[in-house]
Design a protein around this ligand. Structure first.
Ligand SMILES: Nc1nc2c(ncn2[C@@H]2O[C@H](COP(=O)(O)OP(=O)(O)OP(=O)(O)O)[C@@H](O)[C@H]2O)c(=O)[nH]1
Ligand SMILES: [Mg+2]
Length: 336
């Protein structure tokens, strides 16, 4: 058993121990998460995803810095960072790299950084990431930044955790920009063209704009792109959010204040339209559904008599039963 009180009180060592339990998906970790759930739901979750090497970690570092040292004089917020490294051949060593680059933040008691290497399936990674985020949330971190590499299904699943998702591109990837078409555009709330100091910036921006227009032909994209992405009264009843495209240079923080404005604007949009509550509700609904399915299947397995499953499977293989009949037979066995 883990005593969750120290975690709720902000004890870093206790939190760190819990994170290991969650990463290893232990029963102890699961129990603690179940208790912690009741204390969460306050954190702002920001996902940062994109192709390897586009500057996600550098950007996360800058964003975290901004929350710790707000330029507008507001109170600093506590920040947790989860860097998910799916051990892709492209990002080998990224975990260590992330730690080194984030050194500026590591002495700060208001910042907690966790790098997670994937072990096992990517689906498992999405689950443990959700657990780690939940732990940070319950521990009281006000902003949680989640960095994931690439655009695979697992990354999309992880990004769905976030309230605001940044998709990071960099100039010079040429036609590779096509790669982000698949699935990733629909999860982007804000598109970031980082490495704006590199040649090919306009070309990348143009390609992104075209893709957005293709994806959302009906939207007033260019109006919103005008000169500001403040949410004014006119846009307040606009039912759809059109992802702005922001330029940044993560290595010297150029464009980062403007990016922070976009993140704030998106947050406001989520709150004003009720999207925040809707996202949260549908995320919890799908989580609940998965758990119910697992519980029902396991209950059903327990209720099966020895050999019943194999017997029906044999009949299926020899085509004495159709799959539909097999299901009827197996599921009704439960009541008999
Ligand atoms: N010129 C330039 N270099 C940058 C910029 N942002 C990041 N870099 C450099 O690009 C390299 C990769 O940056 P990271 O922040 O590690 O990128 P990443 O997307 O987190 O990388 P992975 O996690 O391995 O996918 C580093 O050498 C950074 O210093 C930028 O705006 N301009
Ligand atoms: Mg990184």
């Amino acid at each position: 058993m883990i005593d969750i009180q120290p975690i709720l009180n902000g004890d870093r060592l206790a939190l760190s121990r819990l994170l290991s339990q969650i990463e290893n998906d232990t029963l102890v970790g699961q129990r603690a998460l179940s208790e912690l759930f009741l204390h969460g739901g306050q954190a702002q979750l920001i996902g940062v995803t994109g192709a390897p090497g586009t500057g996600k970690s550098s950007l996360v570092n800058q964003i975290a810095n901004h929350y710790r040292h707000p330029v507008d004089g507001s109170d600093p917020l506590t920040v947790a960072v989860v860097a998910v490294d799916p051990s892709s051949p492209f990002s080998g060593g990224a975990v260590l790299g992330d730690r080194i680059r984030m050194n500026a933040l590591t002495g700060d008691p208001g910042v907690f950084i966790r790098s997670m290497a994937s072990r096992g399936s990517l689906g498992g990674l999405a689950k443990t990431t959700a657990g780690v985020v939940q732990a940070f949330d319950a521990a009281g971190y006000e902003v949680i930044l989640i960095e994931t590499v690439g655009a695979g299904q697992a990354e999309v699943d992880i990004a769905r955790l976030a309230h605001t998702t940044l998709v990071v591109e960099a100039p010079g990837l040429g036609d590779d920009i096509q790669a982000i078409k698949a699935g990733i555009l629909e999860i982007a709330d804000i598109l970031v063209v980082n490495k704006a100091d590199r040649p090919g910036l306009e070309q990348t921006e143009r390609a992104l704009k075209n893709m957005l227009q293709l994806a959302h032909p009906g939207r007033r994209i260019f109006k919103i792109y005008g000169n500001s992405d403040q949410l004014n009264d006119d846009q307040a009843d606009e039912p759809l959010w059109t992802p702005p495209i922001k330029r940044t240079i993560a290595t010297d923080a150029t464009g980062v204040p403007e990016l922070m404005d976009s993140i704030k604007t998106h947050r406001k949009y989520l709150e004003q339209t009720g999207d925040l509550a809707r996202r949260e509700r549908s995320r919890l609904a799908s989580e609940l559904e998965v758990l119910i399915e697992m519980a029902l299947v396991s209950k059903w397995r327990d209720s099966l008599q020895d050999g019943a499953y194999t017997a029906v499977l044999d009949q299926l293989v020899t085509r004495k039963l159709s799959p539909q009949e097999a299901v009827q037979k197996l599921v009704s066995l439960e009541v008999s």
